[in-house]
Design a protein around this ligand. Structure first.
Ligand code: IMP
Length: 496
């Protein structure tokens, strides 16, 4: 006889948090959302932690390099989508890794024998007032001087005056060597009252500029997720088919963490893929597995060597897997089951494997619930697809701005590697839809608000970190009648 679960499978909207004692220390400013990304042993720290528990979904319509940079600035991480050629995915990863927060490659460059007229033309074209003078006129040529608007007076000088006659020469410039941190660079800028600081390598070649005006932007992102070399962290999706070629290419491009992207992670293919990485790279390459929805699936991936386990089948906003195949599980029930298995596994082995709740988060309070239920971090597609930084088009539909958002199992992507079990090399039927989501503006503003709400709720619960939230949260199921009570009711709304 088949096995029957006693409880129906439940989702986030069926739960509420009960407040705990809020002490004086419990203020949003005191809350840390730092969370482990990859497995670690008892008493040790995870080799990679997120500063906020958000990762963006491994989807064509969500996670490209622009999204990855924007999210890493806030302290989260993107997994670049795998439904593209190996070369294109690796190039996106490389672009994130080469993006230097605060270090800007010089956009306006001249040779010393160019003229004031050339400087003015460049200013007109680029709008930048700082021009680098390099030996060969290229962005990384040997630095000879810089020209800023303080170096010339258009009304008093001939347009044909050569740059070498009025530039501020290298001998009078303050420069800093390659490897200078952004903090050090900003200190030099302040100490010497500079507007810009050229960074030069050992041979005197110009590497980049740090500008005084960018200081404020950096200050606005105290949570930035950086590696030891001050580069943004980035993840990437891989599949269970071409991993022998894709994984090395992504590693060469500098990827920090991989995730096997599959609609069902409880499979021999997933084990083979993770096994390949363990065999070839040991523990030096980090890889998450998924998706699973119960204890057995979790233990399978734990034994297969996954660095984190992703939970969720059928709950994604664009997902029709439950309708087409009749598989899946309410996201809250799936998460609660997997978290229990993770805690048991930790107790038994001393190895903590972070759990990611993937898909189905609609309201900000769902995020807090998922974290309270024990998720270490949250993967979201729809949430991020609404922002300026997602790769899709912004359109006006019936007077409302929207962005396109489509599933990996839709006809638009045909990401068969994520779904196909029979090795046919094609998507036999759709498991996702092509849709619009309401446009919501810049990522920063939205993430800031969501994070503030999570922190506020944590304060209501009397905790200031995620580990305590997991340990101390009190959750209750809600009846359908009490859900009605939870919204505004029995009043006439003015704005309807
Ligand atoms: P959302 O945050 O609710 O939009 O869910 C995003 C998640 O849905 C992704 O991280 C995937 O796990 C899952 N997903 C993406 N594309 C599809 C699809 O076409 N069908 C089913 N699930 C999908």
């Amino acid at each position: 006889m088949a096995f029957y679960y006693n409880e129906p499978s439940r989702t986030f909207s069926e739960y509420l948090l009960i407040p705990g004692y809020t002490s004086e220390e419990c203020t949003p400013a005191n809350v840390s959302l730092k969370t482990p990304l990859v497995k670690f042993r008892k008493g040790e720290e995870s080799e990679i932690s997120l500063n906020i528990p958000f990762v963006s979904a491994i989807m064509q319509s969500v996670s490209n390099d622009t999204m990855a940079i924007a999210l890493a600035k806030e302290g989260g991480l993107s997994f670049i989508y795998g439904a593209q050629s190996i070369e294109d995915e690796a190039a996106m990863v490389a672009r994130v890794k080469s993006y230097k927060a605060g270090f800007v490659t010089s956009a306006s460059n001249v040779r010393p024998d160019d003229t004031l007229a050339d400087i003015l033309a460049l200013k007109e074209k680029n709008g930048f007032s700082t021009v680098a003078v390099t030996e060969d006129g290229t962005e990384h040529g040997r630095l000879l001087g810089i020209v800023s608007s303080r170096d010339y007076r258009v009304s008093r000088m001939e347009a044909a005056t050569p740059v070498r006659d009025f530039m501020t020469p290298l001998a009078k410039l303050v420069t800093a060597p390659e490897g200078t941190s952004l903090k050090e660079a900003n200190d030099i800028i302040w100490d010497h009252k500079l507007n810009s600081l050229p960074i030069v390598d050992g041979e005197g070649r110009l590497m980049s500029f740090v500008f005084r005006k960018d200081y404020a932007e950096h200050k606005a992102n105290p949570n930035e997720l950086l590696d030891a070399k001050k580069r943004y962290l980035v993840g990437a999706g891989i599949n269970t088919r071409d991993y022998e070629r894709r994984v090395p290419a992504l590693i060469d491009a500098g990827v920090d963490v991989l995730c096997v992207d599959s609609s069902d992670g409880f499979t021999h293919r997933q084990k083979k893929t993770i096994g390949f990485i363990r065999e070839k790279y040991g523990d030096t390459v980090k890889v998450g597995g998924g998706n699973v929805v119960d204890r057995d699936g979790f233990l399978f991936l734990a034994e297969a060597g996954a660095d984190f386990v992703k939970v969720g089948i059928g709950g994604g906003s664009i997902c029709i897997t439950r309708e087409t195949k009749g598989i899946g599980r309410g996201q809250a029930s799936a998460l609660i089951d997997v978290v229990a298995a993770r805690d048991e596994y930790f107790e038994k082995t001393g190895v903590y494997i972070p759990v990611c709740s993937d898909g189905g988060l609609v309201y900000d309070y769902h995020m807090t619930l998922a974290l309270a239920m024990g998720a270490d971090f949250l993967m979201m597609g729809r949430y991020f697809a609404r922002f300026d930084e997602s790769p899709t088009q912004k359109l006006m539909i019936n007077g409302t701005f929207v962005k396109e958002y489509w599933g990996e199992g839709s006809n638009r992507v045909r990401n068969w590697q994520r779904y196909d079990l029979g090795g046919q090399g094609r998507l036999s039927f759709e498991e996702g839809v092509d849709s619009y989501v309401t446009y919501a503006g810049p990522l920063h503003d939205n993430v800031e608000m969501s994070i503030y709400k999570i922190k506020s709720t944590m304060c209501n619960c009397g905790v200031t970190n995620l580990a305590d939230l997991k340990k101390n949260a009190k959750l209750t199921l809600v009846s359908s009648v009490s859900i009605v009570e939870g919204g505004s009711h029995d009043v006439i709304l003015k704005n309807k």
